[in-house]
Design a protein around this ligand. Structure first.
Ligand code: SAH
Ligand code: F3S
Length: 481
């Protein structure tokens, strides 16, 4: 699953199986990371019990919810623009209520109600179970806000309604919040402290997805390698756990193993890994299980030790290389992708060159690259001046994007002449006669449909490629079918 942290992307409105007894209409759309998309499925599930079916027609909605992203300023601007659109619709449908969910709700809290007159409801990421009460408040004519962050909430007891699904791949969230405090990042403020979900409820969800025909799951968290279940509670309080809790705690490596062994035919992916928290045993579990995909999203942010330190990324460039070497040693064909930020405060041309040379070393399969955007309240905003000129940030961004393009092409070319296993997800965007799916390394593969179906595992011989896509011919079902 590609990471969807791209504010340029259109918000996706979602549909689900309607319940006939449900009379009210919910229009819900999500911006930002995969976690937001996954959270919207939890919200739809909570509201389905309150009499709401989802609709894709904004104009007919009784309730409009927008699940928002604060990661960069542009992401917030995108949401503000959407609110203008809702405003226009509300003029025609004055009874329509509008709610803001997610990170912007948490960051701006009741300020939202002052700044955006259209908004009736502001709900932070840990307060979705309170939505029925909050909606009642709104229906009685009051604005409603709940942005309380929780120590416990993981929504582990809620069975998400799968929205806009291809019936093949699904997200399963395993942790919420983040304790890492990277100095540029707003997430620890908007999503709170890190807590993990009961492994039993994770396995149950995965088993349920398998029984409904799903073929691939992505375990989701801001920092999955930090997963730690010791009976509930915050990760930071683990030090005070009882000896028994400590002895029986479940780490990410053991969770991954449990999930892979519970459903040996299910493809397993996970996102995101923070290099400082990724341990060798996770890579060993990946190497030992065929159904865990050979792909790691491993954001690095910068190749300069000075920048890494300033960003509070708790590893050096050398340690990152060691991790990459270990991955390649244990899983030689592992796909690796990155996130990189250009123009973090005080970044010099030398620092930027360090990033380029780090990229040269790894030759990532693909990556997500961003110009630094100062976020209010973060350590970087409080302590460092945003002193790299906008045009320098952009020029450096272009340079890393171009280099990534070269590396992506280099990586896709390595597949030419080889046969890869592809899980079919959908029709190719460019041609209705072709299927589109991904190989284990998470690279998109397109090939003629023949008699194959969505959800089939197919062996595909690769004949051609672009920097982002492999093009091939199917040579039969894979043994995983
Ligand atoms: N651990 C999270 C990271 C979320 S943020 C995850 O699940 O992916 C995703 C990426 O956005 C980060 O890795 C970083 O590269 C980028 N990012 C975060 N804050 C940023 C900021 N203030 N300016 C520019 N890019 C930022
Ligand atoms: Fe943000 Fe760093 Fe956590 S990028 S989500 S604080 S790992």
């Amino acid at each position: 699953m590609e990471k969807i942290i791209d504010e340029k992307q259109q918000g996706n409105s979602l549909i689900m199986e309607p319940k006939t007894e449900n009379k009210r209409k919910l229009f819900i759309e999500s911006y930002g990371c995969q976690m937001n998309f996954s959270d919207s499925e939890i919200v739809a599930s909570i509201l389905s019990k309150e009499g709401y079916n989802t609709t894709q027609q904004l104009e007919e909605a009784d309730l409009v919810l927008v699940n928002t992203c604060s990661i960069r300023e542009k992401a917030e601007q995108t949401v503000r623009k959407r609110l203008e659109k809702y405003n226009a619709v509300k003029r025609i449908n004055p009874n329509m209520k509008v709610g803001v969910l997610g990170c912007m709700a948490e960051r701006l809290k009741s300020k939202f109600l002052e700044e955006e007159k259209i908004v009736d409801l502001v709900v932070g990421p840990d307060a979705y179970k309170d939505l029925p009460n909050l909606i009642n408040e709104v229906e009685e004519g009051r604005n409603a806000v709940n942005v309380i962050l929780s120590k416990e909430e993981t929504y582990g007891d809620i069975s998400p309604v799968r929205l806009q699904t291809n019936g093949v791949s699904a997200f399963v969230s395993i942790t919420r919040g983040c304790d890492n405090m990277c100095t540029f990042c707003v997430v620890p403020f908007t999503r709170g402290r890190e807590r993990s979900r009961d492994p039993q409820s994770i396995i149950e969800e995965v088993n349920d997805l398998a029984s409904r025909g799903y073929k691939e799951i992505t375990l989701l968290g801001q920092n999955v390698d930090s997963y730690l279940w010791y009976g509930g509670g915050l990760k930071k309080d683990f030090k005070d756990a009882t000896p028994m809790q400590k002895a029986t705690a479940t780490s990410f490596a053991s969770l991954l193993k449990m999930v892979a062994e519970a459903q040996p035919k299910m493809r397993i992916r996970f996102s995101t890994s923070n290099p400082q928290d990724m341990t060798l045993d996770v890579i060993e579990v990946m190497a030992a299980h065929r159904n865990i995909c050979n792909y790691i999203h491993l954001p690095v942010q910068s190749g300069s030790d000075k920048m890494l330190k300033k960003m509070n990324r708790l590893h050096t460039r050398e340690e990152y290389f060691t991790l990459i070497d270990n991955i390649k040693k244990l899983i030689p064909d592992c796909g690796i992708s990155h996130d990189i930020i250009t123009g973090f405060p005080t970044e010099t041309e030398e620092d930027h060159k360090d990033t380029l040379s780090l990229m040269q070393y790894v030759k990532y399969d693909f990556g997500f690259m961003f110009a630094y955007s100062e976020r209010p309240g973060t350590m970087a905003a409080r302590k460092f001046e945003d002193d790299v000129p906008e045009e320098t940030k952009k020029r450096r961004l272009t340079e890393i994007v171009n280099l990534q393009q070269e590396h992506s092409k280099y990586r896709t070319q390595q597949f030419i002449g080889k046969t890869v296993e592809v899980l079919i997800e959908k029709s190719s965007k460019k041609s209705d006669a072709h299927w589109s799916g991904r190989n284990t390394q998470n690279t998109v593969v397109v090939f003629p449909k023949e008699n194959y179906e969505v959800g089939d595992f197919v062996n595909v011989k690769i004949n051609d490629c672009t920097s982002a896509t492999l093009i091939g011919e199917p040579i039969g079902y894979s043994e995983n079918n």
